[in-house]
Design a protein around this ligand. Structure first.
Ligand SMILES: [Zn+2]
Length: 406
């Protein structure tokens, strides 16, 4: 990604370049100066001199590969990150039967995580009260100062409209119509951002997982429903009203079955959990959930293997269209059905190869997710790390230097 160097007065140019470098580290976590130069579009020498300045101001620290602080090894440290003590980010993931919280510092290091099992379809109020208790414990245990928490990301498994209202969802029906952000802000007395599960999965895989290093990443969440999170040029793309990525409602057959959205022949009517369960109901005499289908397929059950292969093929039709429109570098497949691995991914890849424009098909790599069930939780943390304005300690201080662009 290239963000060009803006013309303007030398002082404000320097300050804006400094902000670009801080923002790049906010997005990248631990990075080399070359990574920052690529990200910002600034020259290597400009980045080096700004980093030296940020280093002197205590905004940036040296890091070894793997994220630990550099020891005095004698070699010049090649990697840098924002000073971890400048702030912390919290993430909360509300699942159908679980709740998880995580705390990370500004260098993207996850310091602690907690997960608790919940009763099926728990109420929004109960979930948020439990989450607030877990957050208090996590902050206490890690010794993180609460005043240094820059924000809280909150993952909800369902559509979240830009006004913050949760849309109707089969996953947590009791949450539809609620505005959990406001309630959570009251409980925690911290700024809260809300994201849906597929968008958060995309941010997490882009930041820490199988999408790291690519500029344009699509995360496919294959679970009860089918959703996508789209990261373009390093930023989450949510569309005009937050609906972008509803790939499960892409038309596969315009004369097909009526979908729960009212349209006909949506991808979900072919490859969603309910469609697969009904496909297998004759041979099993019961409705299998996605986890059961995947585990039986892994044990060699031919019907489950066939159902997953067909699902992969159908998903590939929608993904091929997506590749033609967005031309992503990587598609990361997660969710409970994504755990089927190549049983599902190989037919999906073949379907994309057959249907997408050859250049778009060649550009894209389709890989399994790297974060598993932690994807949404870590995505909630990433939402804060990438969007929040930094704590005063890491804010660009007043301009002192007037060094010009080389
Ligand atoms: Zn639909």
């Amino acid at each position: 990604m290239v963000r060009g160097e803006q013309p303007g007065a030398l002082g404000s140019l320097r300050e804006s370049n400094r902000e670009k470098v801080v923002h790049a580290l906010q997005m990248l976590g631990v990075a080399s100066r070359a990574d920052v130069a690529r990200w910002t579009g600034l020259s290597r020498s400009t980045v080096s001199s700004i980093v030296a300045e940020l280093h002197a101001d205590g905004v940036v620290v040296d890091r070894e590969e793997g994220g630990r602080e550099a020891a005095g090894s004698g070699r010049p440290p090649a990697l840098i990150a924002l000073d971890p003590s400048a702030g912390f980010a919290l993430g909360i993931d509300f699942g159908k039967r679980h709740l998880a919280v995580a705390l990370a510092d500004l260098s993207h290091e996850v310091l602690a995580e907690r997960r608790v099992e919940m009763t099926d379809d728990y109420e929004a109020g109960e979930g948020m009260a439990t989450a607030a208790g877990l957050v208090d414990r996590l902050v206490g245990e890690t010794g993180a100062e609460r005043t240094r928490v820059i924000g809280v990301g909150m993952g909800i498994p369902g559509p979240v409209h830009q006004a913050g209202t949760v849309g109707s969802s089969a996953i947590l029906p009791g949450w539809a119509g609620t505005t959990p952000r406001e309630r959570m802000e009251e409980l925690l007395e911290l700024p809260v951002r809300v994201g849906n599960d597929a968008n958060l999965g995309a941010l997490a895989e882009y930041t820490w997982g199988a999408g790291r290093g690519s500029c344009s990443v699509v995360y496919l969440k294959l679970a009860t429903g089918i959703g996508a999170g789209i990261v373009i040029d390093g930023a989450l793309f949510e569309g005009a009203g937050g609906t972008a990525g509803e790939i499960g409602h892409t038309t596969i057959d315009e004369t097909g079955d009526i979908c729960r959205c009212g349209n006909r022949g949506c991808l979900e009517t072919y490859a969603g959990a309910a469609a697969i369960a009904s496909l297998l109901s004759r041979s099993f005499g019961e409705e299998l959930d996605p986890e059961q289908v995947v585990s039986r397929a892994a044990e060699g059950d031919p019907g489950c293997r066939r159902a997953l292969a067909d699902a992969g093929r159908h998903i590939g039709v929608a993904v091929a269209n997506l590749c033609n429109l967005v031309n992503p570098e990587r598609i990361v497949v997660g969710g409970s059905m994504g755990l089927a691995g190549d049983l599902l991914l190989d037919p999906l890849r073949e379907s994309v190869r057959l249907r997408a424009i050859p250049s778009a098909a060649e550009d894209v790599e389709i890989v399994p997710g790297g974060l598993g069930e932690r994807a949404e939780l870590l995505g909630a943390v990433a939402l804060v790390l990438q969007e929040a304005s930094l704590a005063p300690g890491a804010r660009t201080p007043a301009m002192q230097s007037t060094t010009t662009e080389p």
